[in-house]
Write a protein that binds this ligand. Sequence first.
Ligand code: SF4
Ligand code: SF4
Length: 469
Amino acid sequence: MYNPSSSVADDFINRQEIIDTLEYAKANCKNFALIHAALEKARERGGLTHREAAVLLACDDKDVENDIFQLANDIKQEFYGNRIVVFAPLYLSNYCVNGCVYCPYHAQNKTMERKKLTQDEIAREVTALQDMGHKRIAVEAGEHPAYNPIEYIIESLGTIYGVKHRNGAIRRANVNIAATTVENYKKLRDAGIGTYILFQETYDRESYERLHPAGPKSDYAYHAEAMDRAMEGGVDDVGLGVLFGLGKYQYEFTALLMHAEHLEAKFGVGPHTISVPRIKPADGVNPRGFDGISDDVFAKIIACFRISAPYAGIIISTRESKECRERVLRLGVSQISGASRTTIGGYADKSPNETAQFDVSDNRSLDEIVRWLMRLDYIPSFCTACYREGRTGDRFMQLCKSKQIQNCCHPNALMTLEEYLEDYAAPPTKSIGENLIMHEIENVPNVKMRGVVRENLVNIKNGERDFRV
Ligand code: SF4
Ligand code: SF4
């Protein structure tokens, strides 16, 4: 029985409700009165229900699609401005006991070289990341009680936050590790993580059980209810995602929005982020065996997420090509990874090895990414201010939904970009960046804040670091 407030996965991601929603969407995909009413509602910036969103996703009218795309861009600009937050993944270990058939780290893959970083190796990785200019990372590890217990993750977080190379620092470590217990989520919170990220992979229980034949992850409900336990453990910024290509995209899209509605209904806080990975080639994984989605469908999914959950950060990784990323930046994406290595130890040691989780399509350096974003009129942002200022969970959501977060995002983007330009940028990047900052500072609406930013920019040029609002 569908119940968004229930603690039971099959209630809040109720299969019958998804099937009914998809039938409703199919029946109404040419009901323009309903479609325009949904678009009007989305224009008020309050988001959409999963049913309204499913109808828009199902509608293939070109004018409606263009309206959705335009609105997605407008909403992203209005909530977050033109800043794009940049981060990198850090893979700690590819030991894994699970059997996910789409992932080369699955336990049955005997050709995969297995590696787990020592604390010294982690420090070297972090140094390499800092030397590129990264301030924000996503920590990734397979699930293995012996190799990667929670104690290893906590110790690694201490190492990550402890490394300070030259002017570098990792100021926010988001964590993407297996579903775990409330007690372990408390430990992660106490270690100072940013967002806890866990992809459901597929919300279709039947497919889920087929694609996860072994290991603790095979328990669909335990996985789907993980965000509830994270919230109960005090981690109030959580990131949802599915691996598009595993199941029917309409099903996954609807279910993910139902998951978001569940978190809002039960905890008063929707997902901090939504990730939209698509299945890619990797060792022992043939994406042709899956239900891949085209670039056009992918773009529309992202735009529909943006207008349905305007408060959520939308993340796109280097799995996608430069061209694809450029397109979806205009459709609501607010965070991207840059210069990612998906091998274990791949930042400090760039020589090829066989430990990658997936093939990267966008192989540009961080400096190239920064320059590219600026040429597209975005401000690359290395901001990590919110959780460090206690703006998490409902405090963050309140600011975001009232469109005030941009008053923080914009100044912080300028100040962290200035740090990047001073410490890491190549001369052409620095020159473009200085012009951009000079121009963008005029767009800080509050005069007092503009003064603070100007002063801090001078302080950064004089060698001081880590200003934030
Ligand atoms: Fe292990 Fe995660 Fe890969 Fe599954 S997706 S095999 S849990 S690393
Ligand atoms: Fe993200 Fe907050 Fe910084 Fe904005 S101010 S970029 S929401 S951390």
